[in-house]
Design a protein around this ligand. Sequence first.
Ligand SMILES: Cc1cc2nc3c(=O)[nH]c(=O)nc-3n(C[C@H](O)[C@H](O)[C@H](O)COP(=O)(O)OP(=O)(O)OC[C@H]3O[C@@H](n4cnc5c(N)ncnc54)[C@H](O)[C@@H]3O)c2cc1C
Length: 375
Amino acid sequence: MTSTTMSLVDLVRDVARERIAPGAVAVDAERAFPRDAIDALAEQGALGLMVPEAAGGSGGGLSELVEACEAVGGACASSGMVFLMHSVTAATVAAGGGERANDYLERMAAGEALGSLAFSERGTGAHFYAPELAAEREDGGVRIAGRKSFTTSGGHAQLYLVLVQSSGGEGLDCYAVQPSDGITFDGAWDGLGMAGNSSVAAEFDAHVDDAARIGAAGGGGDLVFGAVAPVFLAGLAAVNVGIAAAAQQAAIEHAAGRRYPDGQSLAEIQSVQHALAALDMTTRAARLVVRDAAALADAGDAAALVALMEAKVVATEAAQQVTQGALEVCGGQGYTRSLPVERHLRDARAGAVMAPTNGVLRTWIGKALAGLPVP
Ligand SMILES: Cc1cc2nc3c(=O)[nH]c(=O)nc-3n(C[C@H](O)[C@H](O)[C@H](O)COP(=O)(O)OP(=O)(O)OC[C@H]3O[C@@H](n4cnc5c(N)ncnc54)[C@H](O)[C@@H]3O)c2cc1C
């Protein structure tokens, strides 16, 4: 970690605490896209965390990303997801390259273009790496016509990476598509948690020229597994560590502050003390697994892929466990909106079902450990 990226992570922590956390209740209650949070991150240069220095970013690695995602996700899970999807987009464009890649990266680092991924489709669901949507050759470029589902930041981002079957007939292609190329967004995001995400359906009727392709023709599959997956897995795991840590903190504060008429606090009850200990041990263990996986990936270690897949499973399941435990510590009050724990619990339900889902990842981890090809 260089001193520049380290100080950027410190700035992100400050922004998360001072400018993002105060708006989290309203983002959730109003199901509002977290514009102010993203603007605050942009002002500090944080949208360039995964953009190479040559394109105006800070050239961070996964170790910086997981610290930033934990801070933002703990302050506001919706903001954490939006920040993560932008960071994955930037890392993918940087890894894949392409005629316009530098222009996209400069705009993303400057906060002028928020990025996201439009990979998932209703038909293929969790198997987003096998899209049915195909690019068709047309006038020096391709036409992309059809529907993608669950596009986070849908209608709010300026750059969407779209995974399609290659117009060349072999493999997959990844294109950077902008709203003016021909995208409309459908419906309102009504997920249980992550209420500000705007993870809505995107309808494409777009013409893009070949210069908008990211990576080699037919190389989309390699990009998905070599660039998208590591960054997404690490970042999503870290957002979930943030959610767990926030729920744990809320439970500690409530247990210390809530007193019965005889003066005894919840925190003085031994079973509550054990519950708080369990929350801390689960959160700390998940954080260490995530940071270890990120460090292995940054070092180019061959064990990184399994570690990153495991980190996503461990952290998303830890977040579910910790938010449930925190709610029990807080009792009926925790079940209401008077405390933030019910929001953390809803936010923590998304991670396991986001692709690659935990079920799919368990299969891939087992295959990798047994020396079988993944997927
Ligand atoms: C909050 C949120 C944000 C999202 N943001 C984005 C985004 O920005 N961009 C994007 O492209 N997508 C996004 N997604 C989509 C997401 O990553 C999944 O692709 C989508 O949720 C799949 O949903 P499905 O119901 O069709 O899954 P299905 O494919 O129907 O799967 C249902 C269940 O079956 C299990 N299953 C299916 N096949 C197997 C198998 N072979 N082995 C083991 N288990 C299996 C899955 O694990 C899952 O639990 C988002 C989803 C959520 C919830």
